[in-house]
Design a protein around this ligand. Structure first.
Ligand code: GLA
Length: 393
C-alpha cells in the first residue's frame, strides 16, 4: 500500500540504459513454435521475412529466441551453450545472421535453476537457469552479440529467490558487460511489477501467458485499464506478445488486438510465421498510423474514459500531435455509435488515413463485433478541451 502511494507521488527513475525509449518491436519465437519447433532455420527465416515483407521498414527490428535454445547441460566451465541439434551453427552465428540483415538479436534466460520450458514443456536439462551464473551468462550473451534479454521468472521462488533482488542481479550483470542490452522481465504481473520494476527493467509482463483466442486477448485488455500511470519511455507495461496470425482470430479481432496493444504502449513482438501472413493481416501489423501511436514519443499509455455497460469502450491516449482514441466494441453484436470530439476538423480515421467529416463536432460509425476503430485529432498543448464521448445511436 505504502509502496503504491509512493510510486504514484514520486517520479520514479527509469533504468538508465537509455534503451526502449519507445516500446520494442520485432518477433519472438514462442507464440509461433513454442519449445519443440525451435531451431536456427526458424529464427533465420523470421529475420528474412521481417525484411522481405516490409516489416523492418515499419520499425520491427528484434528477432528474439525464446526458451529451448539451450544445450541440456552447461559447459564444464559453467557457461551456457546452444543445443547442437537445434542450433548447429551456434547462437553467435545466428546472431551474426540477424545482424547482417540490419536487425537486433534477443535471447531468453531465467533467474532460477530451471527455465519455464523445463517446468511446463518437459524440456529436459539441468541448471539452465542463471542462478549463481548471472555474470557468466550476461558475459556469454554479450560475447554472442545479444541486444535483448528476456528474463523469465517461471518459478524461481522455489529456488529461494525473491523478485526484486533476482531481477536486479541480472540488470547489474548486463550493465557490467558494457554491451547495451534491452532488459525485458517477466513475472506475469503476479506481484505488481509496475510498482517496482521501472528502475530495474525496460519492460515487465503484466499478465499470464496470452493464448491464441479472443477470450484471452479480451481478458488481457480489461486487466490493463488501471495500469496507465506506470508506463513511461524506457519502462513499459508488457501485456505479452502478439497472437496475430495464430488461432482463429477474425479480422475484427486481429484489428482490436493490434490497436489495443498500440494504445497500451506495449512492446510489439510478432509470434507467428511472418512468411505465411495474409496480405490483410500483414496490413494490420504494418499500418503506419497505429504503429505511430504505439511508438509515440510521449510514451503515455491509454486511459479508458468510457465503459458504460453497452459493450463499447472509449480509450484515450495523448500523443505528440494531439490525442488518439480507440472505439473498442467488446460485444458480439454490431454497435452504431455517435462520437463527439472537442474539435471542428482534423479528425483522421486511423485504419484508412482518411479525414472524417464532422457535423456539430460529431460523427457516427458502425463498429463490428470485437472490432476497434481509432482516430486522431490535433490539440494545442495545455488545452483544457473536453474529452471525446460517444452515445449509442
Ligand atoms: C513462460 C513465458 C513465455 C515463454 C515461456 C518459455 O511461460 O511467460 O512467454 O517465455 O515461459 O518457456
Amino acid at each position: 500500500m505504502l509502496l503504491s502511494i509512493l510510486v504514484q507521488v514520486l517520479p520514479v527513475l527509469a533504468l538508465g540504459n537509455g534503451l526502449e525509449r519507445t516500446p520494442g518491436m520485432g518477433w519472438n519465437s514462442w507464440n509461433q513454435v513454442r519449445c519443440y519447433g525451435l531451431n536456427e532455420n526458424v529464427v533465420k527465416a523470421a529475420a528474412d521475412a521481417i525484411v522481405s515483407r516490409g516489416l523492418h521498414a515499419k520499425g520491427y527490428e528484434y528477432v528474439v529466441v525464446d526458451d529451448c535454445w539451450q544445450n541440456l547441460q552447461r559447459n564444464p566451465d559453467g557457461s551456457l551453450q546452444a543445443n547442437a541439434t537445434r542450433f548447429p551453427s551456434g547462437i553467435k552465428a545466428v546472431a551474426d545472421y540477424v545482424h547482417s540483415k540490419g536487425l537486433k538479436f534477443g535471447l531468453y534466460g531465467s533467474p532460477g535453476t530451471q527455465t519455464c520450458a523445463m517446468r511446463y514443456d518437459a524440456y529436459p536439462g539441468v541448471g539452465l537457469g542463471s542462478k549463481g551464473h548471472e555474470q557468466q551468462d550476461a558475459n556469454t550473451f554479450a560475447a554472442w552479440g545479444v541486444d535483448f534479454v528476456k528474463y523469465d521468472w517461471c518459478a524461481a521462488e522455489q529456488d529461494g529467490l525473491t523478485r526484486i533482488p533476482a531481477f536486479t542481479a541480472m540488470r547489474d550483470a548486463i550493465a557490467k558487460t558494457g554491451r547495451p542490452m534491452t532488459y525485458s522481465i517477466s513475472e506475469y504481473g503476479h506481484e505488481q511489477p509496475w510498482l517496482w520494476a521501472t528502475p530495474i527493467a525496460n519492460s515487465w509482463r503484466t499478465t499470464n501467458d496470452i493464448q491464441a483466442n479472443w477470450g484471452s486477448i479480451a481478458q488481457i485488455i480489461q486487466n490493463q485499464a488501471s495500469l496507465y500511470p506506470y508506463s513511461s519511455p524506457g519502462a513499459w507495461n508488457d501485456p505479452d506478445m502478439l497472437q496475430i496470425g495464430n488461432g482463429k482470430l477474425t479480422a475484427a479481432e486481429t484489428r482490436s488486438h493490434m490497436a489495443m496493444w498500440c494504445f497500451l504502449a506495449s512492446p510489439l513482438k510478432i509470434g507467428t510465421d511472418i512468411a505465411k501472413l495474409s496480405a490483410e493481416t500483414l496490413a494490420v501489423l504494418a499500418n503506419p498510423r497505429i504503429i505511430a501511436i504505439d511508438q509515440d514519443r510521449l510514451g503515455k499509455q491509454a486511459r479508458r474514459i468510457q465503459n458504460d455497460g453497452s459493450g463499447v469502450q472509449l480509450w484515450l491516449r495523448p500523443i505528440t500531435t494531439g490525442q488518439a482514441f480507440a472505439v473498442f466494441n467488446t460485444a458480439s453484436t454490431t454497435k452504431k455509435v455517435t462520437v463527439t470530439v472537442p474539435v471542428t476538423s482534423g479528425v483522421v480515421d486511423g485504419w484508412s488515413g482518411s479525414a472524417v467529416a464532422l457535423v456539430n463536432k460529431s460523427f457516427t460509425i458502425t463498429v463490428a463485433p470485437h472490432d476497434t476503430l481509432f482516430y486522431t485529432y490535433p490539440q494545442t498543448a495545455g488545452s483544457t478541451d473536453p474529452e471525446p464521448k460517444f452515445v449509442l445511436s
